[in-house]
Design a protein. Structure first.
Length: 355
């Protein structure tokens, strides 16, 4: 039986890094008993241009027989005008909601050869090894929202950070389970000094934690957590937080590893998994062939592990990335001083050569 992988390259550097990821996926499955069938579809800005919507029916239909989705990135200045539901990003949010992928796993691990690219002191940067579990299908991204104007013509807008008990509980269970497989420490991040949704979040953490007596639990407010991530990143194992806080903290944490181009993600939930690097479409470097493909390639490792269940191939991809870096391969975002700079395609070749 073959697994169906839906490939959604998207916009900007999305197609470049997705091409790299697909090459590595095909290579990793050579000689494996696992077979895949891939089909490529439109999402985001390109889908808007072709179909007038950011998540067209043809793409949605392809999801029905999919076992996993591999995505590049969506968005760009061309589509920054226009109403919210006709933005490329709305297609990505609808995709996540449709797939029910409520737990977004964002591992953040420093490679020792890249410590010079990190803004942290070497002795701190080398200890960065944490996992952000970001709630992905709730909160302000999906709550009631409105734009309008009052009787005096004064405009207003609001977005609601809504969470149900079930939405909080299920992502916490994923996070506690992940902590159990790691260093058994869980930091729950909220804004319980201000927000009711955070106070509910904290109460449910307390409740779920009673089933995980072996996992040490701490609560941090999101503002001081943002600071602690930079000052004491080694104090974190698993961080779990709501959608918007997780979005912001994961870009911050990415920088600790040297570049946002390094970070992969797996979005998991009730059914098929969605795999994407955490970065965006990077309009400032799109079309130049210099994007770092490693976040997308490491997302393939997560796809191999969580959706295709070939753990040995997943580990080999991760090792190939580590070896390519150890042998000096640096895309522009990672390069410092005398480093040789490689293109997206050359970085991919280096990874393939070390697989
Ligand atoms: N998952 C997604 O599809 C996703 C994620 C984030 C942002 N976006 C969208 O992307 C667009 C641009 O957003 P942004 O500029 O705020 O964030 P971005 O992540 O696209 O870029 C931020 C900075 O990081 C750099 N960068 C990002 N990925 C890189 C890579 N692989 N290699 C080298 N450098 C890289 C960019 O050049 C830029 O300087 C927006 O439309 C945004 O909504 C999409
Ligand atoms: C593009 C945007 C909707 C998206 C998000 O905020 O979730 C991105 O920033 C991410 O981190 O995947
Ligand atoms: Mg983001």
């Amino acid at each position: 039986m073959a697994y169906h992988i839906v490939v959604l390259p998207g916009d900007g550097i999305g197609p470049d890094v997705t091409r790299a990821a697909v090459q590595v996926l095909e290579h990793a499955l050579k000689g494996q008993s696992v077979e895949i069938v891939m089909s490529e579809h439109l999402i985001g800005g390109k889908a808007l241009d072709t179909y007038g919507v950011p998540l067209p029916d043809v793409t949605l239909e392809a999801l029905h027989k999919a076992d996993a989705v591999l995505l590049g990135a969506v968005g760009g200045p061309k589509w920054d005008v226009g109403p919210g539901h006709l933005r490329p990003e709305a297609g990505l949010l609808a995709l996540r909601k449709t797939l029910g992928v409520y737990a977004n796993m964002r591992p953040v691990k420093a490679f020792s050869e890249l410590l010079d690219a990190s803004p942290l002191r070497r002795e701190i940067a080398q200890r960065v090894d944490l996992l952000i579990v970001r709630e992905l299908t709730g909160g302000a991204y999906f709550g009631k929202r409105e734009r309008g104007s009052d009787a005096h013509g004064m405009q207003f807008a609001y977005d609601t950070m809504f969470y149900s008990e079930n939405e909080i509980r299920r992502v916490l269970i994923t996070a506690f389970d992940a902590a159990r497989l790691r260093r058994k420490k869980l930091t729950s991040v909220d804004k319980a000094n201000v927000l009711d949704s955070s106070r509910l979040w904290r109460e449910i953490v307390q409740d779920v934690s009673s089933h995980y007596p072996d996992v040490e639990v701490e609560h941090q407010l999101v503002d001081s957590c943002a600071m602690n991530l930079v000052t004491h990143p080694q104090s974190f194992d698993v961080l779990v937080t709501e959608n918007l806080f997780g979005d912001i903290l994961s870009d911050e944490a990415a920088v600790l590893t040297g570049s946002i181009g390094m970070l992969p993600s797996a979005s998991l939930g009730q059914g098929i998994g969605l795999y994407e690097p955490i970065h965006g479409s990077a309009p400032d470097i799109a079309g130049k062939g210099i994007a770092n493909p490693l976040g997308a390639i490491l997302s393939v490792a997560l796809l191999l592990r969580y959706s295709l269940h070939v753990d040995d191939a997943a580990t080999r991809v991760e090792q190939a990335v580590a070896k390519a870096i150890a042998h000096g391969a640096r895309t522009k975002d990672l390069a410092r001083g005398q480093d040789d700079v490689v293109t997206t395609d050359q970085m991919t070749e280096r990874v393939l050569a070390h697989y």
